[in-house]
Design a protein around this ligand. Structure first.
Ligand SMILES: [Zn+2]
Length: 136
């Protein structure tokens, strides 16, 4: 599935950036996704849960903010967001077609993905997990 590849990239990026000492775990990862890239925030959150299993990110949350896109038709001059396209916006990353003349639209915004924030758990909070008995 399209979303899995995208989320996999986010997961590896966060793993690269997060502290290696294991002292503080990631609590929440925030990303912004253009509406022309991914139609379903839910499927990305589900993919995140699956892909972080067994990694340092296991148990953390992915918060997806969908940012509105803009697409322009160079044939007739139509310009609009996903809502304006109506049924023309099918499953991304399909080619978007102009609702008035049917020409392929040029996507100017909303086809990207950005990591906006990584929140770590508070250091002071003693959670349920005690010192690791080791042995792995
Ligand atoms: Zn057009």
């Amino acid at each position: 599935m399209h979303e899995y590849g995208l989320v996999q990239d986010v997961v590896s990026l966060v793993l690269q950036r997060s502290p290696k000492d294991g002292d503080r775990r990631v609590a929440c990862v925030r990303i912004e996704v253009g509406e022309f890239l991914v139609a379903s925030q839910e499927s990305m959150e589900m993919a995140y849960e699956v892909l972080t299993r067994g990694t340092a990110l296991e148990g953390s949350r992915l918060e997806v903010t969908q940012v509105p896109g803009r697409a322009r038709c160079e044939v007739c001059g139509f310009e609009g967001s996903g809502a304006d396209l109506g049924e023309g916006l099918c499953e991304p990353p399909a080619v978007l077609l102009c609702p008035s003349c049917g020409a392929p639209l040029l996507v100017t915004e909303g086809a990207g993905i950005a990591l906006t924030d990584v929140q770590l758990q508070d250091r002071g909070r003693s959670g349920a997990s005690g010192p690791d008995p080791g042995g792995r």
